[in-house]
Structures are given as C-alpha cells and as structure tokens.
Design a protein. Structure first.
Lengths: 222, 231
C-alpha cells in the first residue's frame, strides 16, 4: 500500500472514468476529478460541462494560442471542440439545478455514512467560498466523490458523522478512494469493490464509518 | 437613441459612495476592467459589491480592495486574493459567500421581477440558516431572495449605441444577468459598432437593459492560470 500520491490519484481517477457512459454530460471538479478527462474510454463521447458557462471543454491550448476569454471553472485556459457551446452562469446552473447533468465528480475533505459531504471549509483557514459545489451536489443526477481515503495524518475521511461544515445533505452516491469503491444504498454505506492489492482488513482498519460489505466483493482491475 | 458615453471615467461619474454595484466576470475573465479602473481613479468609498469573485492582488476588483473602496461583498468564491483575507480577519470587510448557482439565479430573479425562489442548493448547510425552507414533491428547498443593485458594470465583446450586446466565449458568465438587475447598467465593450451590424438573432443582451455604453480604452486581457498542452 505504499503508493505515492500520484499513483493513488491515478488509481482512483482510472476507476472513476469507468463510471462514464457514452453521451453523458459531466461536470468535473477542480483538482483530482479534472484528471478523469484523461481516461475517457476510447470510442466514448462524453461532454464536459464547466459551470462558468461552457459545454464541450477541450484540452489545454498550444502555447501561444491561449485565449483570455476561454477558461474552465478552475480559471485555466482551455480550448473549444466541434459542438462546444457557451452560455451565461444562470443558464449553466439551470442545467445543473434542473438535473440535466448526468454526473458530477468532485473531491471531499469528509464524507459520512449518511452520504453527507464536506468539502468547502478548511478548518483554521479563511473561508474562500463554496463556488458551485453546493448547487452541483444538490442537483446532479449522480455525485461521485474521488478522494484519498485518509488525511495526511492517517485519519479516515469516511466518517460516522462529518465534523466540518457540510456542502450537501445526503448527496453522495459513490466514493472512490485508493482502498475501495463505495456506494450509498438504503442499507447504508457499502463497500462494493476493493482496489487492486488491498484487503478487506485494510479497508476496515482505515475506515471510521460503519461499513457494509457487498456479497462476493471483488477487486477492481484498472 | 444614443447611449454612448465618451470615456470610462464619464460612464462611472455618478456612482456615489455607499452604492450597491454588480460587477460581471468569472475570475479575471469578462471583467469590466476599464470601468473598474475609472472607479478606482475616482476613489469612491463604502461600496457594496456583488460579483462572483474578487479579482486577484493587483488586478480586477483587487484594485478596489487595495483602494479600500469596498464595505461589503456578496460572491461565491474569493480564494485568489491575499489582501482580502487580511481585511476579513481585521473586520474591515464583510463578505457573504453563497452558492454560485444561487448567486446567478438571485441576480436573474432581480432583473426578471421575481422577488424570491426556491433552490435545493445549500439545504441543511450554513447557507440555509435563518432562511425559509419548504418541501416540494418530497425534496427540500431553501427560499432565496432576488438581488438588485444601483449600478451594474458589465463587459461585452461588441455593442451598439442602442446598448445591444454580444459576449465572447466564457467571458459571458455573470454579465448578462447583471445587465438586467441594476437601476443603471453600464456596459464596456471592446468594439462599438453601428446599429444593424450585430445580427438581431445573435444579440445576447437587448439594449433595453443597458443605460450607458462605452468603448473600453485598453484591455490587458489578463489570464489567471495559463495552462498549455505540450504536444
């Protein structure tokens, strides 16, 4: 389990990419979720939404062709693709709030066993704001959290109850970490798959939340 | 019908101390940089600003912060500005953070004459504290009020003397709603064209919403995060 941070991220992101489906409209959060775009399966068309007002985000531009009027929600320069559209922030959040975005993938500081998410206020730091996170998690058709399983000091980020101010109440559908693939079901938080090389005991050891284990839980192959 | 004013300075000349001002833009993209410059030059104080972000140190609304012009601010994310942190900690600036979609819709509602609406965003969080909540079809919602302003400063790509506006790419963002939600909307444009040169089907903000239009004197077109492909 001595994975480097970059290896952990790649493992998580590749598994998350397998939840994409052809024709999906997807919003990717800043940071690790953005990397999911690099692993869209061949032959699949996925349209990325950026909440600042763009559908159809292309790759970063070639040096020298950056356009100050063409950025993603992380304020990074991006490009258009054939079929790209631009719209206002009101239209952007209408498509989010209206349930037209199939999938929202975002990071988290804490997720608890009720499916509550905390990802906008860092303890001891000046509050920077929630941006579009509260709107996205309240209304996307499915919310996937990609995060490292533990904090830098080794504490579980999957908790019985969130300790930080929450971003959304009972909004998370799936959590993917370097240890496993978890889903919120009526019976509670269920471990559905183990990450490669990880044992059930390891997941239990590093998880503070009450955990159900799916019958015949298997290891995912990336 | 001629809403054209000669300079950014002239366009903002009547913005008084203590006014409520909306400013378009997302990050540094699509911000009214010339109108901000003119406001800073005038040294207006005690403004109540509404804008998604607050610029960066040394550019955009960051210049207004440095000139101590802002008393309070409503936005969704202010993480790019170090001076702002100091002002908030020192109690010199009151910042209200709300979900970005709620911000966009409150402004849209303000312009459309809708005093309140319900949204699921923020239900069960600090954002909903003190607000009316209500259940519709087994889902919980928070009531949010409209937002209006004395002035809206917006940035468009092209405009004509009627005030018709066209925005470019993601520089549209909050500008179209803000243009509708203020008593006096001032638009700065990169290109001022003759009526008829903008195809009627392509106009994004109809001129009725705009009181003044000015050709921006100079555009830095600053990029906040320059990211490029290597291959």
């Amino acid at each position: 389990m001595a994975l480097k941070d970059t290896e952990k991220r790649e493992l998580i992101v590749r598994r998350a990419a397998r939840e994409l489906r052809d024709g999906f409209y997807v919003n990717l959060g800043i940071g690790m979720p953005t990397l999911v775009a690099n692993y869209v399966p061949a032959g699949m068309e996925v349209i990325l939404q950026s909440e600042n007002g763009m559908l159809g985000i292309g790759p970063f531009p070639m040096a020298g062709t950056e356009d100050a009027d063409l950025i993603n929600a992380g304020k990074e320069t991006v490009t258009e693709l054939p079929g790209t559209s631009f719209f206002s922030s009101a239209d952007s959040f209408a498509m989010i709030r209206g349930g037209h975005i199939d999938l929202s993938i975002l990071g988290a500081m804490e997720v608890d066993q009720e499916g509550n998410l905390a990802n906008w206020m860092v303890p001891g730091k000046v509050v920077k704001g929630m941006g579009g996170a509260m709107d996205l998690v309240a209304s996307a058709r499915r919310v996937i959290v990609t995060m490292e399983h533990t904090t830098k000091t080794g504490e579980s980020k999957l908790l019985k109850k969130c300790t930080l101010p929450i971003t959304g109440l009972k909004v998370v559908d799936t959590v993917i970490t370097e240890l496993g693939f978890f889903r919120f079901k009526t019976e509670g938080l269920v471990l559905e798959e183990l990450a490669p090389g990880v044992t059930l005991e390891q997941v239990r050891q590093f998880t503070a939340a009450d955990l159900k284990i799916a019958q015949g839980v298997k290891t995912w192959q990336n | 019908m001629n809403k054209v004013v000669g300079s950014s300075a002239e366009a903002v000349a009547d913005i008084a101390d203590g006014s409520t001002v909306m400013l378009g833009g997302f990050g540094l993209c699509g911000i009214p940089e010339n109108l901000i410059g003119a406001l800073v030059a005038r040294g207006v104080k005690g403004l109540h600003t509404i804008s998604n972000n607050m610029g960066v140190d040394g550019f955009g609304m960051g210049l207004m912060l440095e000139a101590s012009m802002i008393a309070s601010h409503v936005g969704s994310y202010v993480g790019e500005n170090k001076l702002l942190e100091q002002l908030v900690i020192g109690g010199k600036l009151q910042v209200t953070l709300i979900p970005q979609g709620t911000l966009a819709e409150r402004i849209r509602a303000g312009g459309a004459g809708i005093p309140a609406f319900y949204t699921p965003a923020g239900f069960g969080t600090v954002v909903a504290e003190g607000k009316e909540t209500r259940e519709f079809d087994a889902q919980n919602y928070v009531m949010e009020r409209w937002l209006k302003a004395d002035f809206a400063l917006v940035k468009a790509w092209k405009g004509d003397r009627h005030g018709n506006l066209i925005y470019r790419k993601t520089a549209r963002n909050f500008n179209p709603m803000m243009a509708t939600a203020a008593r006096i909307t001032i638009a700065e444009v990169e290109e001022l064209v003759e009526p008829g040169q903008l195809a009627p089907d392509s106009i994004m903000t109809p001129g009725v919403f705009v009181k003044r239009i000015v050709k921006g004197e100079k555009y830095a077109r600053r990029i906040e995060r320059r990211t490029v492909s290597r291959i």
